[in-house]
Design a protein around this ligand. Structure first.
Ligand code: ATP
Ligand code: MG
Ligand code: MG
Length: 544
């Protein structure tokens, strides 16, 4: 009839619980180590660690490691590192597998109490019987028989797939997650943390609530898709007379033009659609970090969304970009880089002469505080962006054109006096005159890079530009989601020109390349060649 053991020791349970917690809030962040963490986990951490911190409590980092096939030491190590990078300090680091012995004993107790049975239905049969709300033929077998078979499962005497332990829940319920969920299954797979000690493993539904209870979690927070499992969560703790944490759900985060499910991320990585778990186009935390996004910006984004139950599911990537710009605008030093160089020869500037000019490192740079500026050489060979030159001028255009002037930022106005074309009308070189008096005030202001000394090319760097990974807003809902990958999500510019100041940049440094966006030094950089990832663009403007 679905009734389970009456809990007769509430008072005693409460006393024990309060003794363990001292009345403090205890939460847990329970990732399964089957992949790298993503921006959705940043939300989960904000909820789990954030609540505990706000209340002066603690939050466990608990590896929910009950599926050994999918789990790896690499993921365990990465998760610990990235949780700390996100700014969270675990109260303790635990593993569901640390409790395998306790969980096994609880399972035996559950059978003894008549609330679990060893079943032999195949997955297809289980599905069919659940649809028909029919009991498994083994549901009412004697307790002693189930105890014996469960012991045989544990000893490795029963083949994989030939037996499961099922909770005797409520096959007539309106909630399909009460149809005798599986508690244990046989798997002859070694475990990344527990080794080869076990060949039976608890399911999420058996392990999650019991470990929450054993750890004296006060508030067990999870995403909304687990709401239908709440009944089973309480059912099991009740059946075992265990302390019951308070379960709370909040909505899952999804971000436009990308995927977050670890199953999908795993395919993208293993089938090499992207360059590893930390590919800057992914919304994994490692990918975002490599792209130049800070944990502060990620946390600000998550905080800005709020923690609700409403399923406004798809958040636009722009919202994250906003928080990235907010931060990098304050923290990233300015520099100049030309992605597609076009040579400009300044005919009235002495060949061989070099001027050392001051360029602003920080937007608010004033006076002559040395650290507020960097040195930038100016010579008779200057490079501007190809896209900043047009043969035909027009009114709303602020770039360079024949007969027109622009200001080279931090330097001089120049006027285009001649254009050298090849026989296909491609612009090869521009000739210009500079205005040493700086009297003319052109509207257009360009970034530029000059030869640092006669006959020597500017510092050559590689620049990687990223665009959305998927063309559709919500690729996860497409059947053929891989066909929706944006073929132009990554553009590599192998030789851009940079100001000499960038020479000493190191991995992780972030810069604003004037008019191009914010960039971070990539880990693929070598002493010979720096590589920059574009974190985010600016709102483009020619005006100073
Ligand atoms: P996936 O489907 O990607 O495997 P999961 O929920 O199985 O997701 P876990 O590593 O088990 O991933 O999740 C750890 C915690 O993070 C859980 O509490 C889960 O609810 C939460 N979480 C996972 N993805 C998101 C998301 N997109 N938004 C908010 N919280 C999430
Ligand atoms: Mg999970
Ligand atoms: Mg999962």
């Amino acid at each position: 009839d679905g009734t389970v053991l009456r809990c007769c020791n509430t008072r005693e349970l409460l006393e024990k619980h309060l003794k363990a917690t001292g009345g403090r809030v205890l939460t847990r962040f329970p990732p399964e180590p089957n992949g790298y963490l993503h921006i959705g986990h940043a939300k989960a951490m904000f909820v789990d660690f954030g609540l505990a911190k706000e209340r002066g409590g603690g939050c466990y980092l608990r590896y929910d490691d009950t599926n050994p096939e999918a789990e790896k030491k690499e993921y365990i190590d990465h998760i610990e590192e990235i949780v700390k990078w996100m700014g969270w300090e675990p109260f303790k680091i635990t593993y569901a597998s640390d409790y395998f012995q306790d969980l096994y004993e609880l399972a035996v107790e559950l059978i003894r109490r008549g609330h679990a049975y060893v079943d032999h239905q195949t997955p297809d049969e289980i599905k069919e019987y659940r649809e028909k709300k029919m009991n498994s033929p083994w549901r009412d077998r004697p307790v002693a028989e189930s105890l014996k078979l469960f012991d045989e499962m544990k000893q490795g005497l029963i083949e994989e797939g030939k037996a499961t332990l099922r909770m005797k829940q409520d096959m007539q319920s309106d909630n399909f997650n009460m149809y005798d969920l599986i508690a244990y299954r046989v798997k002859f797979t070694p475990h990344p943390h527990a080794g080869d000690k076990w060949c039976i493993y608890p399911s999420y539904d058996f392990a999650h609530c019991t470990v929450d209870s054993l750890e004296n979690i006060t508030h067990s927070l999870c995403t909304l898709e687990f709401e239908t499992r709440r009944a089973s969560y309480y059912w099991l703790l009740h059946a075992l007379d265990l302390y019951q944490p308070y379960v709370w759900e909040y909505s899952r985060l999804n971000v436009s033009n990308n995927v977050l499910s670890k199953r999908k991320l795993n395919r993208l990585v293993t089938e090499k659609w992207v360059d590893g778990w930390d590919d800057p186009r992914l919304l994994t935390l490692a990918g975002l970090r490599r792209r130049g996004v800070t944990s502060t910006a990620i946390n600000a984004f998550v905080r800005g969304m709020g923690i609700t139950r409403s399923d406004c599911s798809l958040i636009r990537f722009d919202r994250l970009e906003y928080h990235i710009r907010e931060e990098l605008n304050r923290t990233a030093a300015r520099a100049m880089v030309v992605l597609q160089p076009l040579k400009v020869v300044i005919t009235n500037f002495e060949n061989g002469s070099i001027l050392d000019l001051d360029a602003k490192k920080w937007p608010e740079a004033q006076g002559d505080e040395a650290s507020a500026f960097y040195k930038v050489p100016f010579s008779n060979i200057v490079y501007i962006e190809q896209s900043d030159f047009r043969l035909k001028d027009s009114k709303d255009y602020y770039g360079l054109a024949p007969g027109k002037s622009v200001l080279l930022r931090y330097a001089y106005p120049i006027k285009c006096t001649d254009v050298i074309l090849d026989d296909k009308e491609t612009v090869l070189e521009i000739q210009a005159e500079y205005d040493a008096s700086k009297k003319s005030k052109p509207k257009g202001v360009l970034h530029w890079v000059a030869q640092p000394s006669p006959g020597v090319n500017p510092l050559n760097v590689e620049v990687r530009l990223f665009d959305k990974l998927f063309l559709s807003e919500n690729p996860a809902e497409l059947d053929d989601w891989l066909a929706d990958l944006n073929p132009h999500s990554k553009v590599v510019i192998p030789s851009a020109y940079a100001v000499p100041e960038l020479r000493n940049a190191v991995v992780g440094d972030t810069f604003q390349f004037e008019r191009l966006g914010y960039f971070a030094v990539d880990k693929d950089s070598t002493p010979e060649k720096l590589i920059f990832n574009r974190t985010v663009t600016l709102r483009d403007s020619y005006k100073s």
